[in-house]
Design a protein. Structure first.
Length: 268
């Protein structure tokens, strides 16, 4: 009997204590607007959130990496298609080569191609890009070729105005432009005129596109000058085409054609 009375008394006290605890907790939540409860929840669930967030960041980073790779491949593919289209339009077969080396200190002076003597490339071969002349090969290894760019200030070549045939020589300015100095004191030239290699060039075949005239200074001494913008994208080259060039063979061919009788082939 006494045992049952004590149990009922204890149960009543426990219920009162639990009720008081619940009222106190409810009052605390109301006063803090649930901040304490929210902090407890965050503390308990933080490891799960951290793991999930880390995985999402990894997936996002990988997705962005793949998208960048796809864009780069599409760009490379488009540039290669343009270059191959340019090559197919040429009568002489060229050797397509990637640009594998370019120093920031010599950006406008030289590039290294990923083809060499094993592919038939030799020194003094002509290097073209999409749109026009790029430079010439100055040295080769079995698998690489060093190219001196026409934008190098030490690279001088004979050029002419296609429209009027006025001649001069051109030297690079370490950027996507060059200076053409005319042989004539009053050349017929204007902005927009096309510039190409001339027959006076000792390093390149005649008739190769070089660029277009941007401006002309007729008062320049000792001879008028023109600023020429290159037609090939020398500042962003990634591929190039190498063509064989033999000055002596070209001169012999020209002499043979000039000595041939009219209306027929040259006599043997």
């Amino acid at each position: 009997m006494l045992k049952n009375t004590f149990r009922r008394w204890w149960d009543l006290r426990l219920q009162i204590a639990l009720l008081g605890l619940a009222v106190t907790a409810a009052w605390g939540v109301r006063q803090t607007q649930g901040a304490a409860l929210f902090e407890v929840y965050n503390w308990v669930s933080r490891p799960f959130h951290a793991n999930g967030s880390g995985q999402e960041q990894l997936i996002l980073a990988r997705t962005q990496e793949l998208q960048a790779q796809i864009l780069e491949l599409e760009t490379q593919n488009q540039k290669l298609k343009e270059l191959l289209g340019y090559v197919s339009a040429k009568k002489t077969k060229g050797i397509v080569a990637p640009v594998i080396g370019r120093s920031a200190d010599h950006w406008w002076q030289q590039i290294t191609l990923g083809r060499g003597s094993n592919d038939g490339i030799k020194a003094d071969f002509t290097v073209m890009g999409t749109g026009g002349l790029v430079g010439r090969v100055v040295s080769v290894t079995p698998n690489t070729s060093l190219v001196l760019l026409i934008s190098d200030p030490t690279s001088q070549l004979g050029v002419g105005i296609t429209r009027t045939r006025h001649m001069g020589f051109m030297k690079g300015k370490s950027k996507n432009q060059a200076v053409m100095e005319f042989f004539d004191n009053v050349p017929k030239v204007k902005p927009g005129d096309v510039v190409s290699t001339s027959s006076f060039s000792q390093l390149f075949p005649a008739g190769l596109p070089v660029g277009k005239v941007l401006s002309v200074d007729m008062n320049k001494t000792p001879a008028p000058e023109a600023v020429v913008e290159f037609s090939a994208p020398i500042n962003s080259l990634e591929w190039a085409v190498v063509y064989p060039y033999d000055k002596q063979a070209e001169e012999k061919t020209a002499e043979g054609q000039s000595s041939a009788p009219e209306g027929g082939e040259q006599k043997q």
